[in-house]
Design a protein around this ligand. Sequence first.
Ligand code: PLP
Length: 392
Amino acid sequence: MDYSRLLSRRAVEMRPSGIRKFFDIAAEMDDCISLGVGEPDFKTPWAIREAGITSLERGRTRYTSNIGLKELRSEVCRYLQRRMDLSYQPDQVMITVGGSEAIDLCIRALVDPGDEVILPEPCYVSYQPITTLTGGVPVPVPLKAENGFRLTAAELKAAITPKTKLLVLPFPCNPTGAVMRREHLEEIAAVLRGTDITVLSDEIYAELTYGYDRHVSIAGLDGMAERTVVINGFSKAYAMTGWRLGFACGPKALIDTMVKIHQSCIMCAPTTSQYAAVTALRDCDEQIEEMRTQYDMRRRYLVKCLNEMGLTCFEPEGAFYVFPCIRSTGMTSDEFAQNLLYEKRVAVVPGTAFGDCGEGFVRISYAYSVEHLQEAMKRIRAFLKEQGLLHE
Ligand SMILES: Cc1ncc(COP(=O)(O)O)c(C=O)c1O
């Protein structure tokens, strides 16, 4: 059978994730060091695991309501008020299968065929294919290293057309580690006020910021809550990737529509994970802080090593990635990642996996132990030396 004729055109044209390609190869190699996956190396804090176990012991094994446990949604509201200075009511919060599902629902709830979605790139890999699948038109905005990979008001204005429906604001950013501080967000908000553009603010790394005051959400700025869907989750800050839990908050009409889609395709987020997440939000600030401190130490170590090797590395202030420039090697991002993998068995992700403007960069995750990172830096140093690119 000719499946290419049977499959949906939009599904066939979807871009596969450029992250996985290298990791499938790396997984088959002995003694390979992977710095590729954006997944905490920590175990989920014990109190959270225990809460999951207790919920199972109590036989809480049924569906929850579609929108998610009331207890958890109330806890999300308290958490957002306490940590991000955001005010939501429980009926403005829905619980999802990871931040991933929240992104999918938000785009599907808002975007009709032909609508334009502004994507500041380099950015996380799911916004573009979901937009395409919905029939929307992704409008990439290449961000610049000299602006600290932040979106500027001028760049946003230049991308807006009468068809613009949604702006994805992916900060703290995977893969660059860039953050948008209050003053930068104010400039973006000034462009958006008075338009009909909605913001999908992906704040999954909001707890992982370094070297400045806490994360600021655009939803907290004047007039922005009514046009913003805040997306967050438990995978990164609480080391809960496998529990598959996230949430979205926003104007009730929007959340209600997202819940309607979720009812048809998911029903409800995993029940055990929802009970465990109540404990995460209530009792685990200290554990988040311990993990954040570890990431910060690793971040500083990598930035120093990479800059010393001549791989210029802009200082990331959020998430757990560094995004060094590899242009000095004369290789493309893909060649660099491939050669490093085959010659030194170190896996990194080419910057182009996150948009064309990622050319000249690679993404390195520091969600790995210090020993792991030290060995990787040793191998990268040896790789550059053998290429005649390092003179010591
Ligand atoms: C920016 C960003 N958003 C969302 C996600 C999705 O995370 P999850 O579905 O595990 O919550 C990720 C995962 O890497 C991410 O980096």
